[in-house]
Design a binder for this molecule. Structure first.
Ligand SMILES: [Zn+2]
Ligand SMILES: [Zn+2]
Length: 355
């Protein structure tokens, strides 16, 4: 039997970071006999959304954006079974009871399609720019070999040179165009699944517009079941850049895509809300050590233990540039996601919300 958490007054439970799909769930979505076969929102206790869907503590389903989905009997029995991998997995759902995908065109008209993921893959192959909902926000996605589309994306976003990140099926796809050493492979395949900055190989066959004039490229491996299923339908890697305007925070709802990024041709959305926006993390490996350049999805909230207890609770609000906040209480410090520069109203709102 599951006891509901008391409505705690001092909210000191830790919230876990969002995690990449685990190997067991990966098997489930590819197994035609599994009830999770092809299901874009498959997760278990070991993987899936956590921090990004929580509204308040404690971390119970009723306090997350999964509260509107009523579990079917099969999901419920897994949720209540202590020996089940999905015991107490708060975002647990299946095709019968969980979030559904919707694909919209430029005019916000819902497309009539049986397989929105396959349809999205076709659109990407045709050179379209698609906004796709992820764990902590939307990505703007397009084919990594299509110069014309990437040019259009660059001019629409007013971003002439800044490199775009790539999303790939797996490390095997990445080693075709970038150097990957043992440590980098380990980080690329880790449960945090950050963007890793890699050296470009000499025989680089993707578009030179992805990262003009530099010999480096940021790559990540598909980390949500939706992304895994999409990459299965594609031959090429895709540009997957955060959906935002300039230095504003990553967009987490469909309406803002239409409002702020009108050049997007299609939007692949689903009805599990993102509560806390969290961008992709960015790291590089130097001398076999991981250097975090942007600590976000997968790594935050980060809890560290202090040697001694603090005499009082502390909120550190950080600097104006590259902002991150930190809370100290007892012998803990908890670091927020990367918030960014606080020059825009949108980022100030993100800052306030994070606090
Ligand atoms: Zn899992
Ligand atoms: Zn279900």
């Amino acid at each position: 039997m599951i006891l509901l958490s008391d409505n705690v007054k001092t909210k000191t439970t830790f919230v876990s970071p969002d995690m990449k799909i685990c190997d067991d769930c990966l098997q489930d979505i590819k197994d035609t006999n599994s009830r999770f076969y092809g299901y874009f929102a498959t997760n278990c206790t070991n993987c899936g959304p956590k921090y990004s869907i929580i509204k308040t503590l404690p971390y119970d389903r009723c306090n997350t954006s999964m509260d509107k989905f009523v579990m079917c009997e099969v999901c419920k029995s897994g949720y209540e079974n202590t020996t089940d991998r999905r015991f107490h997995a708060q975002p647990l759902s299946c095709p019968n009871c969980g979030p559904k995908l919707s694909l919209y065109d430029k005019n916000k008209t819902l497309l009539d399609t049986k397989d929105p993921i396959k349809q999205t893959a076709t659109l990407i192959k045709e050179g379209k720019i698609v906004a796709i909902k992820g764990l902590g926000g939307f990505h703007i996605v397009c084919d990594s070999k299509n110069d014309e589309t990437i040019n259009r994306l660059r001019s629409s976003k007013n971003r002439p040179f800044k490199p775009f990140a790539l999303m790939c099926k797996d490390v095997e796809q990445i080693v075709k165009f970038a150097e990957v050493n043992t440590k980098e492979k380990e980080v690329l395949e880790s449960k945090e699944s950050p963007i890793v900055i890699l050296d470009i190989k000499d025989d680089f066959t993707l578009s030179s517009l992805i990262a003009p004039c530099i010999k480096k490229i940021g790559c990540m491996v598909a980390y949500t079941p939706l992304q895994v299923l999409l990459m299965e339908c594609l031959d090429n890697s895709i540009i997957a850049t955060s959906a935002n305007l300039g230095d504003e925070p990553i967009i987490k709802d469909m309406d803002s895509i239409y409002e702020k990024l009108p050049f997007v041709d299609f939007v692949l959305d689903f009805d599990r809300d993102i509560i806390n926006a969290v961008d992709d993390s960015l790291v590089q490996v130097v001398d076999d050590r991981v250097q975090v350049l942007r600590r976000a999805r997968g790594y935050v909230p980060l809890s560290l233990k202090l040697d001694g207890k603090l005499s009082q609770n502390i909120l550190s609000v950080g600097a104006n540039q590259k902002n991150t906040i930190c809370i100290g209480y007892g012998d803990n410090v908890v670091l927020s996601p990367h918030i960014g520069d606080l020059d825009s109203i949108a980022n100030m709102e993100f800052f306030n919300r994070s606090v």
